[in-house]
Write a protein that binds this ligand. Structure first.
Ligand code: MN
Ligand code: MN
Length: 323
């Protein structure tokens, strides 16, 4: 269950209204790298890990709930940046007298210009945040990545935190308000912290590469195809040892010739690795049994109940340390 506390996690403040920056900040409210995306991603991922990996469930729910708190901070900041917009819209004493009310023709022109630049605030929300990105594109469930495997999901989360971080970094260039900058700095820094939490959680799972269970065909796992002509480069991505499997990169200078000589790669030899087709099958069967057992053994086959109330929670060995 969720229990709402009306105070913000961080003391968000603004020096003065700035509707233009409010629009940019919508990117982190309802945009693809924003706080709702992060909150929903970790929340949705949490369901499938609750029973087999209660420590990961705990972490995902803590971070998801913190992201909801960030969403609240961003929404509150947008609202403060729009202070006055809603009040002016509601002032319908006499719209024909708008020029007078707003203090002359130039003020009216300014007001209309603001509505043109920011139609979402001017003529839709009446001066509050909407669940869209900065261009008014509605928030979408497809922003959320949840693939039911912690070695995949945690990598998605590391990528999501990287993107959220850089968007805050870019946003900070578009405001001079020291109070808004302070809030953005807090939000950006938390993404740096979350990145490392997800990375540590991923490292705790061993083995965690390749993502998922299947091990990959040793004929193709260390082959670098030189698929573009022009200036070619050597680097650790095609020369030396591969980062995770520790195989030797095989640089194929002429992929077309190789494809033709090997019956479309079917007859290609295994090179640069000790892995064989047999060892690959053996490894994935073994890992599949372990992972499947972890999940199956954690779920009763009848009288299924999500929560246990009032029961003493016990620490379960290597499932993390219970606080
Ligand atoms: Mn966040
Ligand atoms: Mn985050």
């Amino acid at each position: 269950m969720f229990y709402h506390v009306k105070d913000l996690q961080f003391n968000a403040r603004v020096s003065k209204p700035d509707p233009r920056f409010a629009r940019l900040l919508l990117e982190q409210f309802g945009g693809p790298n924003g706080e709702l995306k992060a909150a929903m991603q970790y929340f949705v991922q949490a369901f499938s890990v609750k029973n087999p990996y209660p420590d990961q469930y705990d972490m995902l729910m803590d971070i998801a709930t913190e992201e909801f708190s960030h969403l609240e901070i961003v929404g509150a900041t947008i609202q403060m940046l729009l202070d006055g917009v809603n009040g002016e819209l509601k002032d319908i004493a006499d719209s024909d007298e708008m020029m007078t009310l707003l203090g002359g023709k130039s003020a009216k022109e300014g007001y209309i210009h603001e509505a043109m630049v920011n139609p979402q605030f001017g003529v839709l929300s009446g001066g509050g945040p909407r669940l869209t990105d900065s261009n008014g594109v509605p928030w979408m469930g497809s922003y959320v990545n949840a693939n039911g495997d912690p070695t995949v999901d945690l990598r998605s989360n590391i990528a999501a935190e990287s993107r959220a971080k850089i968007v805050y970094e870019y946003l900070m260039k578009f405001t001079d308000d020291p109070s808004v900058k302070e809030t953005l700095m807090f939000l950006m820094t938390r993404e740096i912290a979350h990145y490392q939490m997800f990375e540590a959680a991923l490292n705790k799972i061993q083995p965690n590469f390749p993502p998922g269970i299947r091990q990959g065909d040793p004929r193709y796992s260390n082959t670098y195809f030189n698929m573009s002509s022009g200036t070619d480069f050597k680097g650790p991505w095609n020369d030396g040892t591969s980062t995770q499997l520790g195989e030797t990169w095989q640089y194929v200078a002429d992929p077309l010739a190789m494809v033709e000589q090997t019956n479309g790669l079917i007859d290609k030899d295994i090179e640069g690795t000790h892995r064989t087709m047999e060892s690959m099958k053996e490894a994935e069967t073994k890992l599949g049994e372990i992972r499947s057992k972890e999940i199956k053994s954690s779920i009763p086959d009848k009288d299924i109940q999500w929560s246990t109330y009032g029961e003493e929670k016990k620490n379960d060995g290597d499932k993390g340390t219970l606080l």
